[in-house]
Design a protein around this ligand. Structure first.
Ligand code: IMP
Length: 430
């Protein structure tokens, strides 16, 4: 019997999960998403082409691999339909190797409207949501009022849909939100709804399964399964910087509930961190840089949201947050991405501790959002060298290896590979 290996983000998202999953896929038989939804934007680059996936697992470009959308994921039918069309335009036909859990919940057009209404009602305390309907759809799931993929096939689907939609419209009134002003692209809610309803036919053409049985059967047969996380530990609903988080468990524990596998069936836990740190949307970010170095990281790192296009906030790598994520996730192996963004830096910094209210700490406090946090920054000499010539881990410049070694010492986790360009061929395993 085999176990499920896990690949997760350890910061505030956008660490390069899609790319690493794509690189690891040849070692696995099944790639499964277990949480999140179209708020994710997983970018893959190969053969000079860039591909962005939102709901579909990043193993889809390998046609002999099965890709599973697990019960913990939220599916927005119109976005799903668009993703399928984009894949077909690239010559990828996913009908045979993409399976969807019947228990995955749907994002309705009115969930997206409510996301906008909630954000508007928060005024200056906005979370900076991607506005894909994530919070409202998970709210309905927990409130036991949600609609699942399996319901699409039922005779009373339309009735359930209309009832939930009516509730959402009522909620908009309570939030004093003018629904007539809501747009998705250029479309009004009614116009979008027509497209959304038509997209349900696309979903019906795929294999809708009880994915918990499917995954466990694969494990019993000795097949290798990789669980692909979305967002990251610091955006986790329980352990992230609440309320500036997403609405799912983005951590290893989410694999158990989002795929239906027991904790004893979790194998390796691979965590990804950038060599620096980014965050998109609101919320605390102790190492954020507001100076030229911050804008250089943003420019050189092309730090713009893959889903929303928003510029990402940039700063130094934050060890207390990384160590916390490694603890909560039980990380066994680290991937470090994007050190190449700092190739021209004279010095590179790492936050090793915080000062909060005059006291030093290496822990993430409950009051993370409310207090002023001063990072302790340790300085390292830059490597001042292009990395494109490096073909193995040992080819990396000595100053970069010193920096990486310190990450291992500080987190207590070994680095298994470093990614030095967006291309799938540039991941150097140790
Ligand atoms: P939501 O999940 O769209 O409601 O967004 C909640 C918070 O999580 C916002 O700050 C988003 O910017 C952030 N977020 C959601 N998904 C991602 C992601 O895939 N990468 C990075 N940040 C994300």
């Amino acid at each position: 019997m085999s176990k499920v290996d896990v690949l997760l983000g350890l910061q505030w998202g956008d660490e390069g999960k899609g790319k690493i999953v794509d690189v690891l896929t040849p070692n696995y038989d099944v790639i499964a998403r277990f949480q999140g939804g179209p708020n994710a934007g997983h970018t893959l680059e190969f053969n000079g082409m860039k591909h962005v996936l939102h709901i579909i697992p990043s193993g889809i470009f390998h046609k002999e691999k099965i890709n599973v959308i697990g019960n913990g994921v939220l599916v927005e039918p119109f976005i799903f339909d668009q993703e399928i069309n984009d894949l077909r335009k690239k010559g990828v036909e996913p009908t045979e190797n993409l399976f969807l859990s019947k228990k995955a919940h749907l994002i309705l057009p009115t969930h997206r409207m409510l996301d906008a209404a909630n954000e508007q009602s928060k005024g200056s305390n906005k979370i900076g949501s991607t506005l894909k309907g994530i919070g409202p759809a998970y709210t309905d799931k927990i409130a036991r009022t949600g609609i699942r993929i399996g319901d699409i096939m039922e005779f009373d689907f339309r009735e359930k849909y209309e009832m939930l939609k009516a509730q959402h419209l009522q909620m908009a009134v309570t939030l004093k939100y003018d629904v007539s002003q809501f747009r998705i692209g250029d479309l009004t809610l009614e116009e979008y709804e027509q497209k959304w309803l038509a997209s349900l036919d696309t979903i019906k053409k795929f294999r809708l399964i009880n994915s918990e049985y499917f995954i466990n059967k694969c494990l019993d047969e000795g097949k290798k399964v990789l669980a692909e996380g979305a967002q990251a530990a610091m955006l986790d609903i329980d352990f992230g910087t609440y309320p500036f988080v997403t609405s799912s468990n983005t951590i290893t524990a989410g694999v158990c509930t989002g795929l239906g596998v027991a904790p004893s069936k979790i194998g390796r836990v691979m965590g990804i961190t950038k060599a620096y740190c980014t965050r998109v949307g609101a919320g605390p970010f102790p190492t954020e840089l507001f100076d030229e170095t911050g804008s250089t990281l943003c420019q050189q790192g092309h730090e713009y949201g893959a889903t929303t296009g928003r510029p990402r906030r940039c700063g130094w790598i934050d060890i207390p947050a990384l160590r916390y994520a490694c603890m909560i996730d039980g990380v066994t192996d680290l991937f470090v991405t994007k050190p190449d963004v700092m190739n021209n830096f004279d010095e590179v910094k790492m936050c090793t501790a915080y000062t909060i209210n005059g006291k030093d700490t290496t822990e993430i406090p409950f009051e993370y959002n409310q207090v002023e946090i001063t990072p302790h920054l340790k300085s390292f000499k830059g490597w001042k060298q292009e990395l494109s010539g490096c073909k193995s881990y040992n080819d990396l410049p000595a100053n970069l290896r010193t920096f990486l070694y310190e990450i291992e010492q500080q987190t207590g986790v070994n680095i298994c590979a470093v990614s030095i360009s967006p291309d799938r061929k540039d991941v150097l395993f140790k």
